[in-house]
Design a protein around this ligand. Structure first.
Ligand code: GUN
Length: 313
């Protein structure tokens, strides 16, 4: 039997409807949250992501501003920009899109962001708060996955969860959030031995290694929940034919466009899993939804506002 689809698009729309109430309440109190995005250089994928974030702000009635330093920017110049955004009281959220060019010391930039405006949840203070079980602003992708699991009523307490990938942006915060939800958490990575044996014990697998279709049906216990964080662009025809051998629609899309978006999970896993997030339309929309939620939250906390919607969360 095919797995139940866990649709990030549906959860995103729910989150936006709730945020709209909260934004209206803040507006009535004279507060319009503002997100400042910093996009360095002209990485096409980063441009696409940042434009989607700015568009989401417009959709919800949040203010946004886009700063676009050139790819040649120095660490010191970028630090000056972050310092200025920290100083400006009307800016509630600061987002520095990653990756940064190689000459920029990325850690110094992330450490410079005011933790109260750190809507990405990347500052060590916010990471520490998460580790300590006192989350404040949490990284958007794992926070979005938790919302998806909660709203689809996927049980976590007492279950075995396996996180594939140990990145600072997804794997590590994901593992901590699942731990706080009382799952028994295993983190796997490129050096893990006998990976399919480990993942086959899991009730929940979160795949975030950035390797197209790595997770095949033999990795998954029948009935398990599978969350696919991967956003891999496949341009090789043989690879696309192999991955989508049994999904003619996606294969046709590849033949038209010369590329196709592939998760870290092989499409055949849908035949084994109990529930699964699709790519696209699964985790992707939630990352931006939680960025919006973090921006509203940062505005509310920084300005000491309470709203009826915030009191429920
Ligand atoms: N690059 C890839 N994912 C992210 C993210 O969630 N936030 C930022 N700032 N950069 C990213």
């Amino acid at each position: 039997m095919a797995a139940r689809l866990l649709l990030g698009t549906v959860i995103r729309d729910q989150i936006y409807a709730e945020l709209q109430e909260e934004i209206a309440a803040l507006g009535a109190a004279g507060i319009q949250p503002c997100l400042a995005a910093v996009l360095v250089g002209d990485n096409p994928a980063s441009k696409l992501y940042v434009n989607s974030k700015i568009a989401a702000c417009a959709r919800l009635g949040l203010r946004s501003e886009l700063h676009t330093p050139p790819a040649s920017v120095s660490t010191e110049e970028l630090l000056d920009l972050v310092t200025e955004l920290n100083r400006r009281d009307e800016v509630d959220g600061i987002l520095v899109q990653l990756p940064l060019p190689p000459q920029v010391e990325a850690k110094r930039i992330l450490d410079a962001v005011d933790p109260a405006k750190d809507v990405d949840g990347f500052h060590p203070i916010n990471v520490g708060r998460l580790v300590a079980g006192r989350p404040h602003l949490v990284a958007c992708t794992p926070a979005g996955i938790m919302e998806l699991l909660r709203r689809y009523e996927i049980p976590l307490a007492g279950t075995q969860a396996v996180v594939l990938g140990r990145s600072d942006i997804v794997g590590k915060p994901m593992a901590l959030l699942l731990l706080h939800a009382h799952a028994t958490v295993t983190i796997c990575h490129s050096r893990t031995r006998q990976l399919p044996e480990v993942t086959r014990r899991a009730d929940l697998v979160v795949a975030a290694m950035g390797r197209a279709a790595l997770v095949t049906p033999d990795y998954i216990r029948p009935g398990a929940t599978v969350i696919d964080v991967g956003q891999n662009v496949v341009t090789d025809a043989a690879e696309a034919e192999r991955i989508f051998a049994r999904v003619p629609d996606r294969l046709n899309a590849f033949r038209e466009k010369g590329q196709v978006l592939v998760g870290d999970v092989h499409p055949d896993v849908a035949e084994v899993a109990g529930a699964i997030t699709p790519v696209p339309g699964g985790v992707g929309p939630l990352t931006i939804a939680l960025l919006m939620s973090n921006t509203v939250r940062a505005a509310r906390l920084r300005r000491g506002a309470t709203t009826a919607a915030s009191a429920r969360r």
